[in-house]
Design a protein around this ligand. Structure first.
Ligand code: M6R
Length: 366
């Protein structure tokens, strides 16, 4: 069943181009994007919503956090993200015009399901599930749904479920943008073309595996690692840190790079590898000064750069050149590189990649 692969996680990382094209199959025709892909009532509901509340756990919550950047920038409506286990026990103020989006690979996560029940009790009726399992509990309880088509995910560490969730959330962003802020047709067309091309762009990142494998050697004997990102790549830094700690048991933390000076810089020394997600976007110059702060303290930088980047190898800084800069969808490419990094560090350490200690694939108890 594993074919040419050594583990399910590796197989699932490499299945991502196919998982994305399956999830985005509705884009294969030339027609316009239709709200109906989220359910029969989607058009009416989207017309009424004034904001979005995303609720999820773990990796699925990082998909939600990435979408927050997209929704506020492209659709121009407020979006908040809550961890399900926090939301369900918190007194919050419900806004019935808010679209509540629950994201879950399994559709069975106890806290996410309970948070959905809580939202409904508080009067939310505009509910949407983004889920990878069509017959799961969560999907049966929402007004709207979108089923990602990642196929079964066996590895405990979520990979293809995450990138397909991101693709679904980008579709949601575009539909909300069309309905709420009159997204110009040429912009819609350009975004849809980028989505269609995404599987090919992911293939090019997968081709970096041999280089990433070399980097894995530098991490395997470390106790800690810091992941830095800014903007829509901050949740990707968080996801990269989660992947590393989950399967290699190396303590990894993610910070928005601008927070360095407010505390974590004190941790940086020669023993602290610092992974930086440094796409060639509007925040790169800011990020470069953060990298300087790390170098000046002897920290070792491992930087994922892309496009025509000015970030180059230098003393204390190694650069992994990603194939192309992919604009708003760039998080999808950068996370694939981080999945590969975590996978190869775990291989060097000899941990049980597909079944990390203490964890279950589906967390059906709180
Ligand atoms: O099935 P779900 O998406 O609801 O699961 C949520 C988390 O338990 C899950 O993403 C977890 O964080 C992964 N093991 C991370 O790789």
């Amino acid at each position: 069943e594993l074919g040419e692969f050594d583990h399910y996680m590796q197989k699932e990382i490499f299945e991502q181009p196919q998982a994305l094209s399956n999830t985005l199959e509705m884009l294969s025709g030339a027609g316009q994007l239709q709200p109906g892909i989220f359910g029969a009532e989607a058009e009416t509901i989207f017309q009424h919503v004034d904001s979005v509340l995303i609720i999820a756990c773990g990796t699925s919550s990082y998909a939600g956090m990435t979408a927050k950047y997209w929704i506020e920038q492209v659709a121009g409506i407020p979006c908040n993200v809550e961890i399900a286990s926090e939301y369900r026990y918190r007194q919050s103020v419900a806004n019935p015009r808010q679209l509540v989006v629950v994201i879950s690979q399994s559709g069975e996560t106890a806290d996410t399901l309970a948070a959905l029940h809580y939202a409904k009790e508080k009067g939310h009726t505009y509910t949407l599930a983004i889920c990878n399992v069509p017959e799961s509990a969560i999907v049966r309880e929402t007004a709207l749904r979108f089923i990602t088509r990642a196929g079964p995910e066996i590895g405990v560490a979520s990979t293809k479920a995450f990138t397909t969730q991101l693709s679904a959330l980008f579709l949601l962003t575009l539909l909300l943008a069309k309905i709420k802020s009159n997204l110009p047709q040429e912009d819609e067309k350009a975004y849809l073309d980028e989505l269609r091309h995404l599987p090919v762009a992911v293939e090019k990142v997968l081709a970096l595996e041999p280089n990433i494998k070399i980097w894995a050697q530098y991490f395997a004997n470390k106790q800690h690692a810091l992941f830095l990102g800014r903007g829509r790549h901050y949740p990707i830094a968080q996801e990269g840190a989660l992947k590393l700690k989950e399967i290699s048991y190396i303590h990894a933390e993610a910070y928005p790079a601008g927070e360095l000076k407010h505390g974590p810089l004190a941790l940086v020394d020669q023993e602290m590898p610092v992974v930086v997600i440094a796409p060639n976007d509007e925040l790169l110059e800011k990020l470069k000064s953060n990298m300087q702060e790390v170098s000046a303290r002897g920290g070792q930088l491992y930087v994922f750069a892309d496009g025509d980047s000015s970030v180059k190898n230098s003393a204390g800084m190694q650069v992994m050149q990603m194939p192309e800069h992919y604009g708003l969808l760039s998080p999808v490419l950068h996370v694939v590189a981080l999945q590969l990094l975590a996978y190869h560090v775990a291989l060097v350490k000899g941990t049980d990649v597909d079944k990390p200690r203490n964890l279950a694939k589906s967390v059906t108890v709180e």
